[in-house]
Design a protein. Structure first.
Length: 275
């Protein structure tokens, strides 16, 4: 697949330090750098607690970095941007709103006219296989369907960047595989730049153009693996020798990053929180 040549996201020497008990400080991220091109699908994998979600929140403008800088479309990120869509592990749908109203919620929050986005909402719901469910309430949908609604909601305002924080982590294995296929299909039709956080190596390789591997805390990028598999991808590729080799390569970097970070020793502390 050919991605855009322009850089969509620049993460430059980003660090994040959290205040902890007794006035100590916990270093979550240290000297983290990564560049993502326009229309590229990049996954980030790493051990639990390595700062993957923190990194995504910094890119989204939800959390400020303690050091370094994130730039989206050549502009420094200092607050949430209107051209960014975010999908979390839980769908976070409002239970008292029907599917269509949940999808249109970002439009309403941003003060846009909902009538201008109803056709786009209908097109996206059809793309996600939810055209017949626009009048349903969230409790009437399966977990996978709710997550598809969350993805459509994140795309409704035509963001240039889609951030996804373990969006399939709460689903069973079969539903997770199905959602991976759905996400790939939606992405192929509506090419956005995607930063995808996951614990699953196979999921990262299946979906991505590149996989960034993080070390244990304090998190930093250990390696970036190019995924040169043809698209579109089907589940039978999971047993392909090329796919197996790529997952093994990502796992080696993951193991190396865990060992080199000193994960068996106490987390590195800082004397003060930097802002």
């Amino acid at each position: 697949m050919t991605t855009g040549s322009a850089t969509a996201i620049e993460i430059v020497d980003v660090s994040k330090v959290y205040a902890a008990r007794r006035g100590e400080a916990l270093v979550a991220l240290a000297d983290t750098s990564l560049a993502i091109r326009e229309a590229e699908f990049v996954s980030v994998v790493g051990p639990s607690g390595c700062g993957k979600t923190t990194l995504m929140k910094i890119v989204a403008g939800l959390v400020p970095p303690s050091g370094g800088e994130v730039r989206v479309s050549n502009a420094s990120v200092v607050e949430p941007r209107a051209d960014v869509g975010v999908v979390f592990q839980q769908p976070l749908l409002l239970p008292w709103l029907r599917v269509l109203s949940n999808v249109l919620l970002p439009v309403a929050v941003q003060g846009r006219a909902k009538r201008d986005y109803r056709d786009r909402a209908a097109d996206l719901l059809e793309l996600a296989g939810l055209a017949d469910f626009h009048r349903h309430y969230p409790f009437e949908l399966s977990g996978g369907m709710q997550q598809r609604v969350a993805i459509v909601r994140a795309l409704i305002h035509e963001p240039s960047l889609l951030l996804m924080d373990e969006p399939f982590g709460a689903l069973d294995a079969m539903t997770r595989e199905s959602m991976g296929l759905e996400l790939q299909r939606i992405w192929e039709a509506d090419r956005k730049t995607v930063l995808f956080i996951t614990h699953s190596i196979s999921e990262a390789v299946f979906l991505s153009d590149r996989v960034a591997v993080m070390t244990a805390r304090p998190g930093r990028i250990e390696a970036v693996v190019d995924v040169d598999l043809p698209r579109p991808r089907h589940l039978d590729i999971l047993t392909d020798d090329r796919f197996v080799r790529l997952t093994e390569e990502v796992r080696r970097h993951l193991d190396r990053g865990t060992l080199s970070s000193g994960a068996t020793t106490p987390p590195r502390r800082a004397s003060a929180v930097t802002r």
